[in-house]
Design a protein. Sequence first.
Length: 54
Amino acid sequence: MDLKCTTCGVNLIGQDDFVKFECPQCGETTIIRCNRCKKLSTKFKCEKCEFEGP
Ligand SMILES: [Zn+2]
Ligand SMILES: [Zn+2]
């Protein structure tokens, strides 16, 4: 399984300091954010519907 931060692409395998949720708009993709991106409130973008959110 691919476990990478959606925003910065950092590899999160073996780490537990991240959040994972489904796209709030289409629900078809999984958004993964590392702790750093979460703190910085970096924008994420859904690959499928191009929804952007903080
Ligand atoms: Zn990140
Ligand atoms: Zn989406």
